[in-house]
Design a protein around this ligand. Structure first.
Ligand code: GUN
Ligand code: ZN
Length: 438
């Protein structure tokens, strides 16, 4: 496939220029909506976005116009936290976090020492992401460098914007998964030099979570992060009460879980902390001050019985919230399914999630929090051409429901509640058609 060609996609367009807020009516100027719009793609980027009627006279004669009228184009979805190496243990029954890790996750991750397995699962995972309209993700690999090479190589071949990293884990895991301080850093440095900034790839330092790293490993990771401000960092924080007790026991000198990471210099504007369910306002404030983000992983939090994330408490403190599947703890890779679960968690907390806020979150919101908004997250000239073509009539029941919609908000909400891979007609990334629903 080449990406140096030029074409136009004609459809209804939805994109956000700013946070729409949490009211039923989006904040003025936040939503860009073209009922009959056109996106002009050229050389992997978006060249122009407008009403079709306004753009048509400017188009060169003979340019291909893909007619998607009746469908809705959004920027590609972003998943801020997911484990590709857990793809095949999705939906493993009956455990909470720590037992789930020991019984299912660690044995599965051991398989990624094999480069052939890592390569096959990288391809399968990317196929699944694209099937649900996700064009960018921040990804945990396993602790084997080969798992990272496989994932980045597969992403690079497809021209995708992906963040990923090697899990750092120097204790409390099976022998075949643990590294040591020096080896973990040396491997991370090699991977950074091979992949960080190559094409559309970025490296995310990946200490799994406090219980599986010694203080020395966390400190060494912090030193790497300090040395290169262009690196990302991803880890887990305050997901489960058993985990909290364990961290308190392992780090008696830290007054709370977050301070374990703060002391090693791991909390910064490019740091993503998955979950953050069991935090107080003061801790949320400390995260916000540093510009970090919490990855809200609702289907995982429900599946593992971890708790109900308090989205409003985070937003009140000005803390960035991103949306994430957290597969294999999560039960669905689909961004729409993630929003459905987020809505359900919100209902149980008296904090319903509007479709505006949800779709903003999956696109520009996640892009901003991950410092990727100079490249992705919006339908706008100069942005990378990553987009998803949604079909609001993808199934008989969805078609019935959206036929009754009296507003765009209603249609978007129906998609958020009922949408899945069937509602993703096409996924484009880097200007290439990467998935087409049959
Ligand atoms: N905490 C540490 N490792 C993991 C993991 O793999 N998944 C989830 N959900 N939480 C974790
Ligand atoms: Zn996770």
């Amino acid at each position: 496939m080449t990406n140096n060609d030029s074409r136009v996609l004609r459809a209804e367009l939805l994109s956000f220029d700013a946070d729409p807020g949490d009211d039923d009516t989006p904040a003025p100027g936040s939503v860009r909506h073209h009922p009959d719009g056109a996106v002009w793609i050229e050389n992997g980027r978006i060249r122009a976005v407008d009403d079709y009627a306004a753009l048509a006279p400017e188009l060169p004669p003979g340019i291909e116009v893909v007619d998607h009228r009746g469908k809705l184009i959004s920027p590609g979805f972003i998943d801020s936290h997911v484990h590709y190496v857990q793809l095949e243990i999705i939906a493993s029954y009956g455990r909470q976090l720590l037992d789930w890790l020991n019984d299912y996750t660690f044995p599965e991750e051991l398989r990624f020492a094999d480069p052939d397995h890592a390569a096959a699962l990288s391809e399968a995972f990317l196929d699944e992401l694209l099937r649900v309209g996700t064009t960018t993700a921040q990804v945990f690999c396993s602790s084997h460098p080969t798992s990272v090479d496989a994932f980045f190589a597969a992403s690079h071949r497809r021209g995708l914007c992906m963040l990923a990293g090697k899990v750092l884990m120097d204790r409390h895991a099976p022998e075949g998964l643990t590294d040591d301080v020096v080896g973990g850093i040396r491997d991370s440095e090699r991977l950074i030099s091979d992949w960080h900034g190559k094409g559309r790839l970025g490296y995310s330092l990946t200490p799994r979570f406090a219980p599986t790293s010694t203080r020395a490993q966390l400190d060494a990771t912090g030193a790497l992060l300090r040395n290169d401000e262009s690196l990302w960092l991803q880890t887990h924080l305050a997901e489960n009460t058993g985990e909290l007790d364990w961290v308190a026991e392992l780090f008696p000198g830290s007054r709370d879980y977050l301070e374990v990471y703060e002391r090693s210099g791991l909390v910064g504007p490019r740091s993503t902390f998955a979950h953050g369910i069991h935090l107080d306002q003061e801790m949320r404030g400390r995260l916000a001050e540093r510009g970090a983000n919490l990855a809200f992983c609702p289907s995982s939090n429900l599946f593992l019985g971890s708790g109900l994330f308090d989205r409003q408490a985070a937003r009140q403190m000005g803390l960035n919230v991103t949306y994430a599947s957290d597969v294999g703890g999560g039960t669905d890779l689909s961004g729409l399914a993630t929003l459905k679960a987020a809505y359900q968690v919100g209902q149980l907390r008296g904090q319903p999630l509007t479709a505006w806020q949800g779709l903003y979150g999956l696109t520009l919101g996640n892009a901003r929090a991950l410092s990727l908004d100079d490249r992705i997250g919006r339908l706008a000239p100069g942005m990378d051409a990553d987009l998803v073509v949604l079909d609001p009539a993808a199934t008989p029941l969805l078609a019935r429901r959206t036929a009754r919609s009296r507003s765009l908000a209603e249609t978007l909400f129906a998609l958020m509640m009922m949408g899945d891979d069937r509602s993703v007609a096409e996924t484009w990334a880097g200007g290439r058609l990467q998935h087409q629903h049959d």
